[in-house]
Ligand binder design. Structure first.
Ligand SMILES: NC(=O)c1ccc[n+]([C@@H]2O[C@H](COP(=O)([O-])OP(=O)(O)OC[C@H]3O[C@@H](n4cnc5c(N)ncnc54)[C@H](OP(=O)(O)O)[C@@H]3O)[C@@H](O)[C@H]2O)c1
Length: 214
């Protein structure tokens, strides 16, 4: 798969690195320094390179949107037309100091994003886990019991692509339904943040759902 990373920070840098190591073609874009993007691409070792948001988006079938909510409009403007592309978003609609959701209950960041890129196919994924756990999950991917990762979206084909990317990182994808379910997954992340960053046990935290009764 050709994947464009829009926002190469904690989430985008790590997910892009993992996908390059899993064999995908990755373009890292949108950081405040060109050197950072070049270093990420070099360290990822696979088929990865640095580029502009426009290059990252135009050459990709799938883009990862991984910027602070306040940067979404800017990065999308720089990326250009994303019609027909799968936009996997881990971006949460947080306020400037990351203390609260600015969209909730009656809509979600994912749904507002979908309104801004009407011809793209938005899937909400990866926003429910801390970046600190991603490499650990990737390292543990051959173990039988994988952590879960919820995702949601309105287009079945795009969700299939997102599910594959979720598996490539080492998670067990859990289809939570249509994009409006991001109204539940986004606040769920605040619980994960509480457990990851407020406890004494460190932020390397993932979750797993188990079903009983069959
Ligand atoms: N971090 C997590 O554990 C986590 C977990 C779940 C969801 N999320 C969500 O995922 C999204 C990304 O989070 P993150 O922690 O990966 O953020 P981050 O580390 O701050 O990464 C954002 C990227 O955007 C770049 N950027 C910011 N302002 C810019 C500008 N003016 N021009 C060019 N590039 C700019 C940053 O550049 P630099 O690299 O130069 O800083 C960085 O590469 C957010 O919406 C967040 O809520 C994060």
């Amino acid at each position: 798969m050709r994947i464009g990373i829009l926002g190469s920070g904690l989430m985008g840098g790590k997910l892009g690195t993992i996908w390059a190591r899993a064999g995908h073609e990755v373009v890292f874009s949108y950081a405040r320094s060109e050197q950072k993007l070049t270093k990420l691409a070099r360290d990822a070792k696979g088929k990865a390179r640095a580029g502009t948001p426009r290059e990252a988006a135009q050459e990709a079938d799938t883009v990862l949107l991984a910027v602070h909510w306040s940067r979404v409009d800017d990065v999308l403007k720089q990326a250009g037309d994303v019609s027909g592309k799968v936009v996997v978003s881990c971006s949460l609609p947080m306020n400037a100091d990351d203390t609260d959701l600015v969209i909730a209950h009656t809509s979600s960041g994912a749904e507002e994003l979908a309104k801004r890129v009407r011809k793209a196919r938005v899937v909400s994924a990866f926003g429910t886990v801390p970046s600190e756990v991603l490499f650990d999950v990737f390292e543990a991917r051959r173990k039988t019991s994988r952590p879960s990762l919820v995702y949601c979206g309105d287009d079945a084909k795009s969700k299939g692509i997102a599910a594959q990317l979720i598996r490539d990182v080492g998670f067990d994808p859990v289809d939570a339904g249509p994009l409006r379910i991001a109204r539940y997954t986004e606040p769920f992340t605040l619980l994960i943040v509480q457990l990851a960053y407020e406890g004494d046990e460190g932020p390397e935290l993932a979750y797993r759902f188990e079903r009983f009764g069959k």
